[in-house]
Design a protein around this ligand. Sequence first.
Ligand code: BGC
Length: 755
Amino acid sequence: MTKKIVRHTVALLLLMLSFSNIYAQKTTVQNIDSRVEALLAKMTLDEKIGQLNQVPGDISTGTDVSKDDLLSRIRSAKIGSVLSHTNFQNKITMQRVAVNETRLGIPLVFGFDVIHGYKTIFPIPLAQAASWDMGLIERIERIAAEEASADGQNWTFAPMVDVTHDPRWGRIMEGAGEDTYLNSRVAEARVRGFQGDDLAAKNTVAACTKHFAAYGFVEAGKEYNTVDMSEQRLRETVLPPFKAAADAGSATFMNAFNVLNGVPASMDKNLITNILRGEWAWKGMVVSDWNSFGETIVHGAAENESDASAKCLAAGSDMDMAGGTFQKGLKKALESGRVTQAQIDEAVRRVLRFKFSLGLFDDPFRYLNQKRHDETLEKPEFRAVAREAAAKSMVLLKNDGGLLPLTEGSRFKKIAIIGPYADSKGNKDYMSFWTLGLGVRDYDSTKVVRPAQALKPALEKLGYEVKVTEICLDATCTEKDYSVAINAAREADIVIACVGERGIDCGENRSVTNLELPREQERILSIIGRLSKPTVMVLFNSRPLVFDWANQNIPAILVAWQPGFETGNALADVLTGKVNPSGKLPVTFPRSLGQVPIYYNHLSTGRPQQYPGEVWTSGYLDAPTTPAYPFGFGLSYTTFSYSNLKLAKSQYKMGETVEVSITVTNTGGLAGEEVVQCYTRDLTADISRPVKELKAFEKIKLNAGESRVVNFRLTEKDLSYWNHELKWKADPGKFKVFVGGNSVDVKEGEFELVR
Ligand code: BGC
């Protein structure tokens, strides 16, 4: 008995001792490394492997894994991080167990997918990119970080910076679209928003840039599929947004599920060790995607868990998300000499450094404060930003005859708001699957302001008589729905048709083979169309969709995307003209699925088509080569003209800055915002270069009649590219410069670059 007490007292003393060492000192940038080394020296192999293990909490976003006895596994130091856990009190309990009931008291780090808001839901990331407003995007992520950190999350699995040319791929909604430059600017803004300038601050979260790399190029747009591309294209198109995020200080990176040129990304040494950590000198921690270490076995690129562990660790990956592969295989890999102790130590070092930099060793409960939690979540001012963001993200594709905005004193009196998304209470409608902070199913759907809820009173205030007709509930249309729709339209002077995708159809594992408006909704539009009533189509979508009939027949089309909590208010703001739309497409809208992949910055073929149907040129027998709406396109209720494109000189020496200016004039009757876009084309490079490449943009506000000169400065870096020998350089020769309000309608200039 006495022996037992002595043993316990000694254990307690030892615990307090190691504890006081870990927690007594205050973390500074200078002392992190020495504290990491001191801690590492005390750790057993099992404790080290435990730090590399991340397990799911109360939400699963992948294949099911066992969640039994989370606390006892934390207690036995087998877990370094928990992901996707919502319950606040449980997080406190888990952290208590990690800190108070393990030998070394190493705190847990809590990770979570904060994709478009945490508790206050903003528009989907693709929509945010359509705002082309980096300040706004940074503010959104600042709020998301405020909320997530107040709820005990330390680390978000965002930004996703995967460039993609494929609207079939469900995850297109999670990135900034098809362009490398725009994705890079958005990546930086999002990292800055999440992390602020101090990772250890109570109201910031660490970013995790994902998915490294090339996940946006899965064959046939099919989720988790194969990627095969040249290294030239990888460096040119895919990697720059990752580099931008790394340079902005992204604390962590995530592997991708796909293979890249045959190698599963989680064990791609070239990507992780040579490029990310080597060329870019990035110092952070790399986490797998959900069981992506284990999936190397399914890819047929590893024999078993120990082989997978050895290959992933050796490639430079550090933490194992959700798969338990390291738990099963890493020790064996060490024993069989497949990995070295030094390799394991290096991964553990990165994890510990990460935890220190979050301030978790100074106060493991700093993100678990009940008062801050209660005071921070869903502040009313967050809603105001959500409304602003949703309105600024919307893209006006058509507005024939100036049908919009719907203002006071219009000749139309009666409005019918119809369609499956007029007033939907469907699961995650107007949002996406990626709103896990709300919970998965049992969230409070009344937090979403539905279109009809806000649009009806807003229009009534302007003197309209408004009737809302819900049809095609549960996203299924019946014959009855069609007759209800036609009756509602018949009684109205103008129809607002709210169509598109279900919220639950947006996000991971939601790839499609058909881009048409889903579930017969085009039929609703065409039936109403027979009445020849002026119609406004409002599209709720997470990807470019195809709606050819609507393009031909409907005078006004607004892409609302999935706008989040403030859907109805933002829509009312835009449709009534309180907000003048200023969104521009971050991705090309094709005419048909058959045109995919279609993107503005393609290479020139040897036989580009100059006009539709031109024979022996690169085109189709049955369709034009042009898209329905090009990259960068979006209308306003006012109009802008571009004139006087000037280049300061016609010849520039290498290293000189090319100065471009243009006059933009608001030629309409309303104040409005315009995204002025600057593209270049390298006409005489070593290899074929894209027909246009976005190099810069500026969003400006002009009053009616106002003009402004907008300047762009292009450096040698902007004119450089990766050639076939993987050399990064600019070539002397001729360049074109294009400036305009989208990627097609541009003014052109030319200059020469000389040595
Ligand atoms: C996704 C990641 C996500 C992770 C955790 C995976 O299935 O690909 O983007 O961060 O789950 O939820």
